[in-house]
Every structure is written in C-alpha cells, then in structure tokens.
Design a binder for this molecule. Structure first.
Ligand code: ADP
Ligand code: MG
Length: 255
C-alpha cells in the first residue's frame, strides 16, 4: 500500500531522509517511533503531499505519488495527479485543526461535499455514523471552541475517516492533550485498528499504546529505519543498541 524507494529529502543543507526504503502492506497498522527530529513527521507529510521529495520514488497502492508514467517515461507529477493521489490519504495532526466557524457536524459534512462531491443527505448519514464511532453524537451542534482537546481530536479523526481514505496517518495526535484526555483519543485509534482494514501509520510516544495498536513497529533514527519488527520483538528483545537506548527512556525493564 505504501512504498518508499531510495527517498531523499533535504531542507536546505539539512538532509532529513537519505535513500529511505520503507514498505507497508495493505491493512497493516504501523507505529513509527523514534527521537524528535528524526524525520517521522516528514515521512507523513510527504505521503500527504505537503512536502516534496528530492530523489527516489514513493508509491501508494502501486501508483507513483510524486511522479507519473507517460509515453515519454517517468515525469514529475502534475497537479491533477497529485490531487487524485492525495484523496487516498487522510491525516490527523498534533495540533487540533478543525474549522472554527463550522459546528462539529459541518466539520465532517462539508469536506465530503467539497472533496468527494457527496450530497448533503449522504454526507450527514456518514457523519452521524462516524460521530457515533468516536462517541460524540451529542456534540454534533457544538463548535470546536466548546469542546475539550480530546473531543476535538476525535472529531478530527471522524472528519478524516469521512473521506474514506485507503491510508490514515496520525502524527502524535495526543501530544498536545492534557494527560487525562489522552486515553479517550487512543481508545478511538484502538477501535479503528481492530474494526477497519484501513492501512494506518501512527507516530507516537505512547509506547504502551504502540504495543497494543501496531502489527509492526518501526524504530526510526536520523532518517533511517534502524529496526523493524513485531511489538513483541521491538519492546522486549530489541536487537539494535540505538533502539534499546531510546526505549530505556520509556520502559525501565529493557536490558
Ligand atoms: P520528527 O517528526 O521525527 O520529530 P521532523 O520530520 O519533523 O522530525 O523533522 C526532521 C528534521 O527536519 C528536523 O531537524 C526539523 O527541524 C527539520 N525540518 C522539518 N521541517 C522543516 C522545514 N519545513 N524547514 C526546515 N527544516 C525542517
Ligand atoms: Mg514530528
């Protein structure tokens, strides 16, 4: 479903990704862990077409993301191709970014009308279903500023799901929350992981959550995948010293 082939990305002189190779299967739930500044957000932003790449190829569902195939060969993607590819991917960010002037219902309905051309009735039915999934049916007529951070993130998740993406990206979605609100958001992700076959990529510092949520954990450092394995492998018998060093900060019983 996702393939990075020798992808490089720099910001000025700073090389963030250096010939990164990464592969995610359809339906896989991946937790991306690693130190701050290691390039995790950049990977998600590339998939969301918010950042360009300098070299290599990215594929989504076997189709070039940043390029397209023509009779003349592989050329940089047109805006039309990017627009089409972008519709495969939904993302929820660390910072709550709901539309402040729309109530909860319309935050979820409007994008379906604008992006997918749905009619209002169908979009509303879909929104009600998703609000039930995230446990916020009774907040449909409220505005974002009337909700807690945890509730806003749950609406943001529902809004992204409403566009029925093949891939969902979650970037530290609980980092800006007060501690007591973290679980209500992680619980929604746990339910999604169990109940849907959407491919999910989650950047998180919540190691217990990563352990339950993920089919596979990628430990990422300095723009490279240092180690990849089952949660069991990564959290109880990490092979690489860099992985052990990182996890020690979170988990006391790592040797
Ligand atoms: P992570 O999410 O793992 O913390 P990021 O992908 O956000 O890491 O960042 C990787 C590196 O790239 C960091 O050193 C960061 O400061 C830098 N960086 C990210 N975005 C930009 C940008 N738009 N301009 C310049 N540097 C950036
Ligand atoms: Mg980040």
């Amino acid at each position: 479903m996702i393939e990075f082939q020798n992808v490089s990305k720099s910001f000025g002189d700073l090389q963030v990704l250096n010939k990164l190779n990464m592969h995610v299967n359809k339906g896989e739930k991946i937790a991306l862990i690693g130190p701050s500044g290691s390039g995790k957000t950049t990977i998600l932003r590339i998939l969301m077409t918010l950042e360009t790449i300098n070299a290599g190829h990215v594929f989504i569902d076997s189709d070039y993301l940043w390029h397209q195939k023509t009779a003349k060969g592989i050329i940089p993607a047109s805006e039309k191709h990017l627009h089409h590819m972008r519709s495969n991917v939904g993302m929820v960010f660390q910072q709550f970014n709901l539309f402040p002037h729309l109530d909860v219902m319309n935050n979820i309905v409007e994008p379906q009308i604008l992006v997918k051309g749905k009619d209002k009735v169908n979009a509303t039915v879909q929104a009600q279903k998703l609000l039930a999934l995230v446990g916020l049916e009774e907040k449909a007529q409220h505005y974002p500023h009337e909700l807690s951070g945890g509730q806003q993130q749950r609406v943001a998740i529902a809004r992204a799901l409403a566009l029925e993406p093949k891939i969902m990206l979650f970037d530290e979605v609980t980092s800006a929350l007060d501690p007591e609100l973290v679980d209500e958001v992680l619980n929604v992700l746990r339910i999604l992981a169990e109940d849907t076959d959407t491919t999910m990529l989650t950047v998180t510092h919540e190691m217990n959550f990563a352990r339950e949520f993920a089919d596979r954990v990628l430990f990422f450092d300095k723009g490279q995948i240092v180690e990849s394995g089952s949660p069991e492998d990564i959290f109880t018998r990490p092979k690489e010293s860099r992985t052990r060093g990182f996890l020690k900060k979170f988990i006391r019983d790592i040797v």
